[in-house]
Ligand binder design. Structure first.
Ligand code: 3H9
Length: 703
């Protein structure tokens, strides 16, 4: 047969086996191999055919690297048609994850069996796509339109037992040998005279769909679309599944898939898919660098951050010890953890007994001596370098040799912290984002002396607890917070120039940010930035700078927690409302500073807020703080809710054109002063040579 697909007769059952590591994606050779095997089976002694995969998973989807390139025959629908029209029953045998085009292959089969641990799903929406090989037409025919809508617009996989309840799987196979189980299932089907069950032959009764169902779905999904159009097109496909015959529905699906696959949103989301995987790789570390075993973890500090981090480890079954200064603080910390889990239980997302099991993994102590045996310590106390150094000196005294000592600091110098110990090679930064049990990003920070296996372990354990990891070198604020400086500064400067808080935030929210910077300031607490600014000596002495943020804090308006900040907040619903008092104050302050207020365009708001971010990103790349531009994108998408449909700030800059970004920064330098606007040398170089960040990265051998 072919290198990647084999076909063999096992008695009266033909077995097609796909073997295309790592995830059996449907590359041209896999498609061709399956097609040939199905055709071969039509003419041999087989009475039924099993389609299964070698390696860690059933087919995990179309080969994403082929998108955007000229299509190669045979295309997937042709392969599915051959399966569906086979004169002998074809049975998919699923293990691992049957995703996207992989699950669509299974849906074209006449029967589907799976091991209990398998999952099936249509995650195309996460790539800005829709299932383009019949998924939107077959799933509603089997599981109903509502279930199909949930499954396809969320993109979340479904475990085999639930998929069986939904009708998406016919049989859950027990035992370890899937091939044997599938062959035996095929024999049973033959013995019982089971028909050639084709999903296309099921019709959906339009009367079962409530009037307005599709319009309601569109409206509901639009609210959280953040610049993505795939959800809307998925609804159109499901509508077609109800209203049109199968072949017309498939044609509609194909047409909308083509629209999406060539859309800038999908290109951005595919970029993030690969960027996420790339970010986990450390350039100068061999892939097989040994990691240290992490069987027990200690967290220093039981505040919101420490508690959230503790939950991350408990959630994957790793015991955690929470260390606090006294019993009262410890009980408070443990109490918050219990409360957080209870909320998840109330939402129906965690069974009560499972909650007790997870809480059982988290113990507490006020004695450092009790954490002598842990493999990893994560310090999560407040941002004070002296305190952190003191803690690390103590850890050095009690922790076993080989234990990894990590700091969750957002700003402090990891090297200075490491020097407080006699083992700086074991010290690393592990910067979680709040709430740590929810936010996906983990920014690992490599100190000057951090050992290779410590770094590799930080990345591996991050993946294990479900985080997306990116690596930063040491600098003030690391990748994410360092870049944020100019973004927050300009959001406030724009107020002085004539914007209302609502205007600034709406412009960024329309772009796709989950929350504008001023509303975000209110949520985080304006006093946090205020205190941080007081500690800084490097800020220009400029009365415009952070003027509103400073005045609001001095008036006691600290943001949501005091009921008002840049906005006022409904005490019941926490809904933000524009505050005429703040708007009047802004005008007054601008007048005092003799700033002529004017109409500011949405385009200028975006450029003023995002271009400092991109400019700082360029400096971070030049200095080698980030490994690659795409790592910065990962940090922003997963840690700062930058819209994935825009691909992260560096990808976005490449789309806007670096020359345009550079020219605007030069223009702002003239208008607003060089203390704030100074193009990064790398940005200037790329703008002048007409290159993108991605091209620059490729030329450095970083493909
Ligand atoms: C689709 O199917 C469209 C159809 O409806 C219509 C077509 C007409 N293609 O994630 P991992 C690579 S859209 C190419 O680290 P895990 C990945 O880059 C597709 N490459 O492993 C990585 O490479 P490297 C719908 C792929 O065990 C390596 O495999 N399907 C693909 O943590 C290992 O990946 C999806 O969206 C691919 N489809 O997780 C599923 N998938 O080692 C996407 C992976 O060089 N995939 N690679 O960095 C996944 O969700 C996860 O990879 C999976 C395994 C859960 C399968």
């Amino acid at each position: 047969m072919s290198d990647v697909v084999s076909y063999q007769l096992h008695g009266n059952i033909g077995v097609i086996a796909v073997n295309s590591p790592p995830v059996n994606a449907l590359s041209q050779s896999v498609r061709e191999g399956i097609l040939n095997a199905v055709n071969q089976a039509q003419a041999d002694a087989s009475e039924a055919v099993v389609l299964r995969c070698e390696g860690r998973t059933f087919i995990a989807g179309a080969d994403i690297t082929e998108f955007g390139k000229p299509p190669k025959d045979p295309w997937l629908p042709e392969v599915l048609s051959a399966i569906e029209n086979s004169s002998k029953p074809v049975i998919a045998a699923i293990h691992g994850t049957a995703l996207g085009g992989g699950f669509e292959v299974a849906l074209a089969c006449h029967y589907r069996c799976a091991v209990a641990a398998a999952k099936v799903g249509l995650p195309e929406v996460k790539l800005g796509l829709l299932p383009g090989a019949g998924g939107t037409q077959r799933v509603p025919r089997i599981a109903g339109v509502k279930a199909a809508l949930d499954m396809i617009t969320s993109g979340n996989p479904v475990a085999a037992p639930k998929a069986k309840d939904m009708g998406l799987i016919d049989e859950v196979v027990s035992g370890d040998d899937l091939e044997a189980g599938a062959i035996s299932y095929a024999q049973d089907l033959l013995a019982s005279g089971a028909p050639l069950k084709r999903v296309r032959d099921i019709t959906i009764d339009p009367e079962t769909i409530e009037p307005g169902f599709f319009d309601d779905a569109r409206k509901r999904l639009a609210k959280r679309a953040r610049g993505q159009i795939a959800q809307d097109r998925i609804v159109s496909c499901l509508e077609a599944a109800v209203k049109l015959p199968m072949d017309e529905g498939l044609a509609r699906e194909r047409e909308l898939f083509q629209e999406l696959v060539t859309s800038p949103e999908s290109a951005a989301m595919r970029h993030i898919f690969f960027a996420e995987r790339q970010a986990a790789k450390i350039k100068d570390l061999p892939k097989d660098t040994a990691t240290r075993p992490i069987k027990k973890v200690a967290i220093i500090g039981g505040g919101t951050m420490g508690g959230g981090i503790a939950m991350c480890f408990a959630n994957v079954g790793i015991p955690v010890v929470l260390v606090e200064v006294n019993d009262e603080a410890l009980q408070r910390g443990l109490g918050i953890i219990r409360k957080n889990y209870s909320i998840t239980v109330q939402k129906g997302k965690l069974p009560e007994d499972k909650m007790e099991q997870l809480i059982g993994l988290i113990s507490g102590t006020t004695e450092y001596a009790d954490i002598a045996d842990v493999d990893l310590v994560i310090e999560a106390v407040f941002e004070n370098l002296d305190l952190k150094k003191e803690i690390f000196a103590k850890l050095d005294g009690v922790c076993k040799q080989g234990a990894i000592l990590a700091t969750n600091t957002s700003y402090q110098d990891v090297d200075a912290i490491a020097e407080a110990t006699s083992r700086p090679q074991d010290v690393v930064g592990m910067h979680f984002f709040s709430p740590a049990n929810v936010m996906k990003l983990l920014e690992n920070v490599r100190g000057e002396k951090t050992a290779d296996d410590v770094l590799a372990t930080a990345m591996a354990i991050g993946k294990k607890i479900g985080k997306v990891c990116a690596l930063s070198r040491v600098c003030y604020g690391f990748i994410g917070n360092r870049m944020l400086g100019g973004y927050g500064r300009e959001a406030q400067m724009l107020l002085m120039d004539g914007c209302t808080p609502e205007q600034v935030d709406s412009a960024l929210e329309n772009f796709g940010m989950a929350m504008g910077p001023l509303a975000m300031g209110d949520l985080a607490g304006l006093d946090v930035g205020y205190k941080a600014r007081q500690a800084r000596t490097d800020l220009p002495d400029d009365p415009k700078l952070y003027r509103m943020g400073t005045l609001l804090v001095e008036m006691g308006r600290h943001g949501q927690k005091t009921g008002s900040g840049f906005y006022k907040y409904d005490p019941e619903t926490r809904r933000r409302m524009s505050d005429p008092e703040v708007e009047a104050m802004i005008k007054e302050e601008a007048a005092k500073l003799e700033i002529e207020q004017r109409e500011v365009s949405e385009e200028e708001i975006l450029a003023r807020c995002f271009y400092p971010l991109i400019n700082e990103g360029a400096k971070i790349l030049e200095e080698g703080i980030a490994q690659r531009p795409s790592d910065i994108d990962v940090v922003y998408v997963f840690g700062y809710a930058f819209p994935v449909a825009k691909g992260g700030p560096m990808f976005y800059a490449d789309q806007v054109g670096l020359k345009n970004v550079y020219d605007k920064i030069c223009e702002f330098r003239e208008r607003y002063g060089e203390e704030y606007w100074q193009p990064a040398p790398l940005l200037e170089e790329l703008a002048k040579s007409g290159k993108t960040f991605a091209e620059w990265d490729r030329e450095r051998g970083n493909a």
